[in-house]
Every structure is written in C-alpha cells, then in structure tokens.
Design a protein around this ligand. Sequence first.
Ligand code: IPM
Ligand code: MN
Length: 352
Amino acid sequence: MHKIAVVPGDGTGPEVVKEGLKVLEAVAQKKGFKYELTDYDLGGERYKKTGELLPDSIVEELRQFNAIYLGAIGHPDVKPGILEKGILLKMRFDLDLYINLRPVKLFKGVETPIKDKGPKDIDYVVVRENTEGLYTGSGGFLKKGTPDEVAIQESINTRKGVERCLRFAFEFCKKRNKDNKLTLCGKTNVLTYSFDLWQRAYNEIAVEYPGIQKDYAHVDAICMWMVKNPEWFDVIVTDNMFGDIITDLAAMTQGGVGVAAGGNINPEGVSMFEPMGGSAPKYTGQNIINPIASVAALQMMLSFLGEDDSAALIEKAIQKVVSEDMQSMAAGRMGQSTSEVGDKLADFIAKA
Ligand code: IPM
Ligand code: MN
C-alpha cells in the first residue's frame, strides 16, 4: 500500500493533479497495486485565510507518507517569495529533499525550438543539489535603505551536502546506463571556493566509478551546448542555483513547462514530485492547461515507489497521446481540454 500525500495547491495545480490521479487510478487497476491518498490544502488560499504556510505539525505528518504529489504553489494576491519560501523551500529543507531530479526528454511528436534536433538528441537528466548553495538564506543587509547599504547573499556548500549529491548523480548515471557520462556543471574559473570543493569531491568519487566518463562544463558554456549540442549530455550534476537556471532552459528544449516534471528527492526518506509549470493564474479554471507534466511527475513518483512497470506504461501512454492526440504542448492550443488529455491517457492504460 502506497501512502501518498496530495498537495493540489494553487491556480492550475488542482486541475493537473486531478488528471494525474485519474492516470494513477487507471494504472493501479491495470497493474494491481494499492494506494491511499491524503489531501493537504497547502497554498495561497490557505495562507490568505489562516496565515499558515507549512506548519511544522504538517511537516511531521508528511514524513509518514511514501511520497508527496504536488500541483503548484503560487498565488497572484500573495507577494512573491512568501509561498515559495514558506511552503516549497521549507518542504525541501525540512524533509531534506536534497536532490532535485529533472529528466529532460523530448518525446516523439513534441515540438522543440531547437532546429534539427529530435528525440534521440534530447534525452538527459539534470541532478540539482536542492538544499544548499544560494538557497539557504544565508546573508543579510548592512545599513539597509541608506546610500551605504550592503547586501550579502552567501552560497553555502558543505562537503557532506556536495558529496551526497555527487554520489547520487554517479549512482544514477550508472543505473541509467545510457552513455555513462556525468557532466559536472560549475564555474571553476570564477567561483574558486565553492566549485573548487565540488570539483575535488567529484574527482575523488569518480575514482570509484571507472565505468563513468568524466566531464566538466562551465555553466555559461553549458547553456550554449544545451541548445547547440544537447546530444552530448547524459547526466548533468550541479549546484542549486545553476540547476534552477539550466533546468528552465532544458524544459524549453523538451517542449516547455507543460511537459517537464521534477522530483524533490530524499533517497532515505519521503520524496515530492511536481510538474514544472507553476500555478499559471491566467489559465486557471478553464480546463486548458497541459496536464502532461503532472502525469510525468506521477510517472517519476511510481518509479521511486518501485512500481517500474506502471511507470513504463505511463511513459508509453504519454508518448502515444503527445504524438497522436495533441496538437501542441501549449495551454489552450492542445486541440484537447485538460480533462480530455487525462481521459486519453487513462484510456490507453486501461486498454494496454
Ligand atoms: C523551481 C522553482 C523554485 C526554485 C522557486 C519557485 C522557489 O523555480 O523549483 O525550480 O527556485 O527552486
Ligand atoms: Mn526554477
């Protein structure tokens, strides 16, 4: 029995989660596994009503689940940063979700803005460190609001934090067994402390993985290559901030945020899975948002729960629906409504 916490969240979050759960039910029927859902109303509405973001008591409850399935967090009436910091980042820190895993896979039939590149060229995974770097909130102001103001934002990189991320990436690369190449993305020419640590740790761990090809790219150069030669990449590992930036670029190359999903992973605890799209207020309630990313997040979740057959079947369903039934991956231009896409996926699974 998989115990799953569901956080539909804000905006279009509930709409895409609904389709994900439709697919979950279909695949559970087909493959015969059991699950139990518990809903949590975390998000902008709850905050507006109660002032609560992610209470510690709920963090404790979340620890008891096998996985967390999230829609989106973000509300037009709430100042930017509050919900992100108070819910999403707090969840990452408190549950120690130290890996942000972002598969970058272009499905057949999905349009990419990259000329002359296709599904065989765009198929890699970014492993982003998810609890350190510039995201720890370390720093502060001096003389705020005066002409002498100083603002300091520090990037925290611990040997332990860097090492566990790198180890995850090496293991993941080995298990994936595609090109067996792990690219460290950094900025060793300028960030001579943080990425010195990253590079030393990388080199030391690499000795334990003779089958993995070593590779390094500066973050600025990798942005060029992700566009010009995405086929060079198998697994990329990087810090929190660079990972945040390059995964948005990567998402665009795989067809946009309507397709891209991510996992916030604690390999030793509970992990959270989410579509990349955000709350998309302007599309909310219209049944036109693309639920594929949310279903791809579900696929990742099932794979982490050990339901590999189910995950593979969901991927097949996604491949079929994006290539045969959908006109575009963009909200409002799919040629299908949100719920129709979910129906088609569930249907494919039921008949598989
Ligand atoms: C992401 C998001 C978050 C981040 C924001 C919403 C805080 O952009 O998951 O990539 O910066 O990590
Ligand atoms: Mn981001």
